[in-house]
Design a protein around this ligand. Structure first.
Ligand SMILES: [Mg+2]
Length: 237
């Protein structure tokens, strides 16, 4: 039997590491960016990686809770500062940043069952919202890379909302844009602190997506291990 079939008018979905497998994409992006930085700065791979990690950690600290904390351009710019490489006009940082996302997005594939789930929801008139941290331009490009742009009704990012999940802001923005109440939607995501607690904070029923790397089953939280399972839960067989 479907889960609340008559009440679910909208499905809120996390993007990163829920609709696709994130680590291989991030690794592909990092490898490409680091290779370019090694070639252009003449520094060792170890020195570049160490400076990149320092830049990333500083960015996380300085911009915690906002979309900017994920900015690869900031990681790379800070990386070059740590390497004491004079990047005239920021050209190398920009080039490495573009290369990062090019390789990241080329590695992206929707998880099994994602396309079908989205198509079934649309066929039933259920609205689909992506509620995701990070900047809007990057997330729009990711939806295109996954080939799901036309299946998504609205995209809400932490850049749009001003704060990251689990802050209520992105969830409330999605509800407002859908003209729906918390009782009419569900939220699906793989990050317990952001997606599950965030949804619960605004009284939206969360479904925990287990991607094989996240924590053990959570007592009292609905959970699925695949999009097929999710489709059965939301739409019935
Ligand atoms: Mg996620």
């Amino acid at each position: 039997m479907a889960f609340l079939p008559h009440q679910v008018r909208g499905v809120l979905l996390d993007l990163d590491d829920t609709l696709y497998d994130y680590p291989p994409c991030n690794d592909a992006g990092n490898r490409a960016a680091w290779e370019l930085l090694v070639a252009r700065t003449g520094r060792s791979a170890e020195a570049v990686q160490e400076a990149f990690v320092r830049g990333r950690e500083e960015t996380h600290r300085e911009f915690h809770g906002t979309a900017e904390e994920h900015s690869r351009l900031r990681y790379i710019t800070k990386c070059l500062v740590h390497l004491k490489h004079l990047d005239e006009g920021g050209a190398l940082a920009h080039e490495a940043h573009e290369l990062f996302w090019k390789h990241f997005m080329e590695a992206m594939r929707p998880r099994d069952g994602v396309m079908e789930f989205l198509k079934v929801l649309r066929a039933r008139g259920v609205k689909i919202a992506i509620v995701s941290d990070l900047s809007t331009d990057i997330q729009v490009r990711k939806l295109a890379a996954l080939g799901i742009q036309e299946l998504i009704d609205i995209l809400v990012t932490s850049e749009d909302a001003g704060r990251e999940k689990p802050d209520p802001a992105p969830f409330l923005m999605a509800l407002k844009r859908l003209s729906m109440t918390p009782e009419e939607v569900i939220m699906v995501g793989e990050d317990y602190a952001k997606d599950i607690l965030g949804a619960e904070g605004v009284h939206i029923t969360p479904i925990y997506f287990r991607n094989g790397r996240n924590a053990d089953p959570l007592l009292g939280t609905l959970e699925v291990c695949s999009f097929k399972e999710l489709q059965n839960m939301v739409c019935g067989e």
